[in-house]
Design a protein around this ligand. Sequence first.
Ligand SMILES: NC(=O)c1ccc[n+]([C@@H]2O[C@H](COP(=O)([O-])OP(=O)(O)OC[C@H]3O[C@@H](n4cnc5c(N)ncnc54)[C@H](O)[C@@H]3O)[C@@H](O)[C@H]2O)c1
Length: 334
Amino acid sequence: MVTGVAGLIGSHLARALLERGHEVVGVDDFSLGREANVEDIRAHPAFHFHRANVIDPRAMEQAAVGATTIIHLAALKIPRYDGYLKTLEVNAKGTEAVLECARREKARVVFASTDDVYGKNPDSSFGEESALVLGDSKVNRWAGAVSKIYGEHLCFAYAESHRVPVSIVRYSGIYGPTYQLSNLSGPQDIFIYAALTDQPMPIHGDGTQTRPFAHVTDAVEATLRVLEAPYAEGEVVNVGAADHLSIVNLAYLVWRLAGARSRPRLRFVSYTDFSRGYEDPRHRRVDTTKADCLLGHRPAMDLMRGMQLQVEWFRQRLDRIRQANVGFSLEDQG
Ligand SMILES: NC(=O)c1ccc[n+]([C@@H]2O[C@H](COP(=O)([O-])OP(=O)(O)OC[C@H]3O[C@@H](n4cnc5c(N)ncnc54)[C@H](O)[C@@H]3O)[C@@H](O)[C@H]2O)c1
């Protein structure tokens, strides 16, 4: 069972699992994900889709019947703009519902956590044992990390009390083809859309903050290895890229790859303009040595190639939309 199957990682993972001959039950409520992401696999005989909310224990109980492994990806993102309470609710109760299903079905759980749990840790690179350093509780944005840390603990508590086998994957900076575009999308998608439609690229703060970037094909490959490796049970593994860039350099890269003819158009947005008391970690460098050693996984897609593919994917999508003569804007998530 894959929760959050209509999202970025979920849709690519479900496709890969079906290709490997697995039967896949997908769960999503389309709150962030899109039907278009799973359109190509909806008719697959081994794919069974449940439109359900992960915090609904009865719907989850029905969907999980017979599940041997549950990959729990369904979650709401960092509440940058709104959705403070909902993030806590969905991420905490959803994980609890999933773990209850796993206990009942004697299934294994792979829980999708995030590099955001390292928060304000000032270290130059984060290994899985690094301290999780969060900010003030009055700053909403930490609710995402708090809910994921709670989820990690709940997994280990179910492992201890109910013998549910669990693995934690801390994803960082995953991007790839997905029919979701909103102000919650990753910076690469927002920049690509801006560059291809000749608009300024919005940069939060001064843009010198650095982030890791990893292509979804690598995230899927690492997740499959976690699923297939018995020794990944009880482990926390960082899954992300060895590639890091400052946000402003990412904007330059995207602008060039998009083939823009003018100088890069950057629009700097102050944090106070979009959120009260937002805190953005300055540098985020994730150490993926454990994934390499434990799983034998090294990201195969380098940043330049991955971004080039992403720009091409967006360009084709925009061309199709333009040919169909329908409007397209950042608010249009289709
Ligand atoms: N993409 C990344 O860079 C990244 C980084 C860190 C962590 N993660 C984690 O990995 C997981 C997947 O990330 P993603 O990038 O694919 O996100 P995504 O937003 O594309 O997918 C999440 C999916 O969960 C679904 N969902 C949300 N609430 C739900 C609910 N109550 N019931 C049912 N479905 C619900 C959404 O509709 C969406 O399809 C998430 O848990 C996320 O926190 C991702």
